[in-house]
Write a protein that binds this ligand. Sequence first.
Ligand code: PGA
Length: 251
Amino acid sequence: MTRRKFVCGNWKMHKTIAEAVQLVRELRDKTAGASAQVAVAPPFTALSAVKQAVAGSAIQLFAQNCHFEKQGAFTGEVSPAMVKDAGCDGVILGHSERRQSFGETDELVAKKLRAALAEGLHPIVCVGETLQEREAGRTWEVVSRQVRGALGGLDAATLQRITLAYEPVWAIGTGRNATSAQAQEVHAQIRGLLRDLGGQPVANAIRIQYGGSVKPDNAAELLSQPDVDGALVGGASLKAGDFSAIVSAAK
Ligand code: PGA
């Protein structure tokens, strides 16, 4: 079973509208003809402008978060319908920065996931342990709880619409990536859990991205692992040259 690699740039709280358009214009040229699926996730304010700038290219547009309600009195929030309306193909959910800085729980991520799926969005669900959890030997306990918490109860057809991102918290923005063996170990465990949740075809189909200090010089090694199906890239996605080099490594 070959899964098409999927590389998504998570721009976090970076880039004005003009800067975002400039970056994605460069990416259009540099990633043209890539064999991997490519997406960028700009801040909400730049989504519409970036949508126009990627028109006619293969670059997909993702939001970095959404609420679970369609509309209502939720000051400061953006609904899945609004994300869709802005032109997004998908949405990143449960990023560790959302979990750590904004109190997102497994339960909340599960609600957001269902709402995003109902809107026809392609969700990337992020999971990953902290350094303290890893050092306490609790990596799989935490990651499996996060995967079950978000995906549990969904039927096989729905599960296949989801991408997972394994992002060890200690590797995010630190320059200290997981080794390819560390990544592969957890990715293989996640795939085993996906088999329990949805059966072998689902486990074979779902892409599991690795995230956490992915750079041009470590991407090929990480992406060569059998269960690493792409990358969720933060810092290195802010530079067209670095991001496109990672996309090229995803074969
Ligand atoms: P990083 O971020 O590549 O800067 O480590 C990854 C992420 O947060 O998705």
